[in-house]
Design a protein around this ligand. Structure first.
Ligand SMILES: Cc1ncc(C[n+]2csc(CCOP(=O)(O)OP(=O)(O)O)c2C)c(N)n1
Ligand code: SF4
Length: 318
């Protein structure tokens, strides 16, 4: 058992022994999970990758902002409305020219779920050989924590204030992972930094499956500044999101989902909300509605997982 645990640890550890692609003085806020996520991706995907990004919190590092904030990877800067289509052009050029390179879009939820959703959907439907990664910090963070369609109901943002009239965001968040599942990409998965081994496996699978078609990864990435989280708690927030079923970890080949990290006894959503101040105004009935939404979304996922399992059994038997 001890041996198994050691081996497991070493597998993820090995990635950290590879060359570091980013400088030390990157321009992300203290405790932002984006930094470790961006550093980790090329460690698993390898050198032959091109980042495609948009104006966002990742841009000051991926574009480069000052002498201390840089990386060694090729990078294409796109407009928020066109990342899926620009990545398509780049991928097709590489295919035609016989260049071995993986195109990796790396965008915030504002780009993926709102401004660039149409082109993301188009690229998925055309089955372009792209790895598209959404880091979900549930808002437009680079421009000052405005709500996006991925912002959770009730959350305090600068455009959904809390006061005499405002009660935080009035509508439920867009369920982007389910929308992407309905596109039936060749491979898709959810991931977060608290479960690094799971994340690494999914990146490895992404690297393989992108040879056959579109790959979508959705990475839960809390924003310590906008969510009002102490900067030492970001990974704990990721872990609690998984343990409460707020952000279940799963993957799907060709639209058939499977949970990759089973949570035997999910914790109540209050374990998650109490870690940040963006939900501190929620009343008991708001929390009950929040819990019901988490349960509803998880039940939907579970139903789809069960259906995929049943379909697999039928196919094997017949
Ligand atoms: C078409 C368009 N609309 C708005 C903007 C302004 N803008 C720049 S960065 C940004 C926030 C992007 O949010 P998101 O994609 O979620 O990434 P994050 O900032 O959270 O990393 C916005 C709205 C823009 N650059 N282009
Ligand atoms: S604003 Fe939030 S998401 Fe953006 S770099 Fe800072 S902590 Fe990270």
């Amino acid at each position: 058992m001890v041996e198994k645990a050691t081996k497991k640890k070493n597998r993820v550890f090995d990635y950290f022994c590879t060359e570091e692609k980013f400088s030390g003085g990157v321009a992300w806020c203290a405790g932002c999970p984006l930094e470790l996520t961006a550093r980790f991706i090329p460690k698993v995907l390898g050198d032959k990758m091109v980042f495609v990004g948009t104006p966002s919190c990742s841009a000051p590092v991926l574009h480069g902002q000052n002498l201390g904030s840089w990386h060694k990877l090729p990078y294409l800067a796109c407009v928020m409305t066109g990342v899926g289509s620009s990545a398509t052009g780049l991928t097709r050029y590489y295919q035609k020219a016989g260049i071995d390179a993986t195109v990796v879009c790396f965008n915030g939820d504002g780009c993926s779920s709102d401004i660039g959703f149409q082109v993301l959907s188009g690229a998925a439907e055309r089955n372009e050989k792209i790895i598209y990664i959404t880091y979900d910090n549930e808002g437009y963070m680079n421009t000052g924590n405005q709500r996006s369609s991925s912002t959770q109901k009730g959350a305090l943002t600068t455009t959904t204030p809390v006061g005499k009239i405002g009660k935080g965001k009035p509508t439920i968040s867009k369920n982007l992972t389910m929308l992407m599942l309905m596109h039936r990409p060749r491979y898709m998965a959810t991931a977060t930094l608290s479960h690094l081994e799971d994340f690494a496996k999914k990146l490895q699978k992404a690297k393989e499956m992108v040879k056959e078609g579109f790959v979508y990864l959705h990475v839960f990435s809390p924003c310590p500044v906008g969510w009002r989280i102490d900067s030492n708690l970001s990974i704990e927030v990721c872990r609690t999101a998984v343990r409460t079923n707020y952000f279940p970890l799963w993957e799907a080949y060709d639209g058939k989902p499977r949970i990759t990290v089973e949570v035997a006894a999910p914790k109540p959503i209050t374990d998650f909300t109490k870690l940040m101040r963006k939900f501190s105004h929620l009343k008991e009935n708001d929390i009950a509605a929040f819990q019901a939404e988490v349960d509803r979304r998880f039940a939907l996922l579970k139903t789809l997982c069960d259906a995929a399992k049943a379909e697999e059994k039928t196919t094997v038997q017949s």
